[in-house]
Design a protein around this ligand. Structure first.
Ligand code: MG
Length: 316
């Protein structure tokens, strides 16, 4: 088809609008998942059942004693990463490290050990990448990676992988984390482009074939810890066992453990897959208003940076 055939065509406009909506769904899904999961972080499924029955409402509290609708480091670091990409016009390791350092200066409500260590090293040495370390296989680089999926959409898998390594290695230099995070980002991008759950299952299956530690078809993961493998197995199981945003997020946070981060990662994938209209109003209404607005704005602005968006606009 000639490009000129599409100029201002309703299908191209509709495609752009749908893409924008899915990007907003991914970002709001991340924040909602973080805020819902934070209440039950470090609880076991049994403790959650005893205290909440099924945890399904945004009530705050938890070990961080959060006010209702408050998010944690997962969302805050995503927004810091997104800001750095928008200001630099690209994913730049120096800009990312400075943004993370600025964020740490705000005395965040929560910060992971590996994240603190990486940012401290950057402050001390100016290095934006630590040495490869198998102990860096925590979920801290994955939980904040959504802006990479948005800004590089249409740029191809190698560019996606390279951009993610730049942000990830500021704090987590682990091939196992890189591999798992790349699969999450591919799932998000596939969903943004209108992909089906079946296509996401294919990506997760490829991940498990490449690295068998990611096999998710064995025991049900409960109480997942901060290890990227446990985190992603819980996320993938919950995502594939359900057919909508709400049941998927409720499933994963009620597994307890690192529930704010499993919630955040599941939320970004499911938000892109099912769209913002699938996120329950009661969760969106409870979400911190400033954070919700930042998520919406960044989703739109990061998408505009992406090659895919540029191509869509050119075809209108
Ligand atoms: Mg957190």
């Amino acid at each position: 088809m000639f490009v000129s055939d599409l100029s201002d065509s309703p299908p191209a406009r509709q495609e752009t609008a749908q893409l924008q909506q899915r990007a907003i769904g991914a970002y709001l899904g991340l924040a909602v998942g973080d805020a819902l999961g934070a209440t039950v972080e470090f609880l076991t499924p049994r403790e959650i059942r005893d205290q909440y029955g099924e945890h399904r409402d945004m009530v705050g509290g938890g070990w961080l004693r959060l006010r209702k609708g408050r998010v944690t480091d997962d969302t805050e670091m995503s927004l810091a990463l997104g800001c750095s990409i928008l200001e630099a016009g690209r994913v730049d390791a120096q800009a990312v490290a400075e943004a993370f350092s600025d964020w740490m200066r705000t005395k965040p409500v929560d910060i992971g050990h590996t994240v603190r260590r990486g940012i401290s090293r950057f402050r001390r040495t100016g290095e934006t990448e630590g040495p490869e370390n198998e102990h860096d296989a925590g979920n801290g680089a994955c939980m904040r990676a959504l802006p990479i999926a948005l800004a590089t959409l249409g740029d191809g898998p190698e560019a996606l992988d390279a951009a993610n390594r730049l942000q990830a290695h500021v704090t987590h230099h682990s091939p196992l984390s890189d591999l798992g995070t790349l699969a999450v980002l591919r799932m998000v991008q596939t969903a943004l482009l209108g992909g089906t759950k079946g296509q996401l299952i294919k990506i997760a299956t490829e991940l498990a074939t490449t690295e068998p530690r990611y096999r998710f078809d064995r025991r049900r993961v409960e109480n997942p810890d901060g290890y990227i493998v446990e985190t992603l197995k819980a996320v993938i199981q919950a995502l594939f066992d359900t057919d909508d945003f709400e049941p998927a997020l409720i499933d994963v946070v009620n597994r307890g453990g690192d529930a704010d981060t499993t919630g955040a990662i599941l939320g970004m994938i499911a938000g892109a897959l099912y769209g913002p209209a699938a996120i329950p109003r009661r969760w969106l209404n409870a979400l911190d208003k400033e954070i919700a607005q930042s998520c919406r704005t960044q989703a739109a602005e990061l998408l505009i940076l992406s090659p895919h968006y540029g191509a869509l606009r050119a075809s209108r």
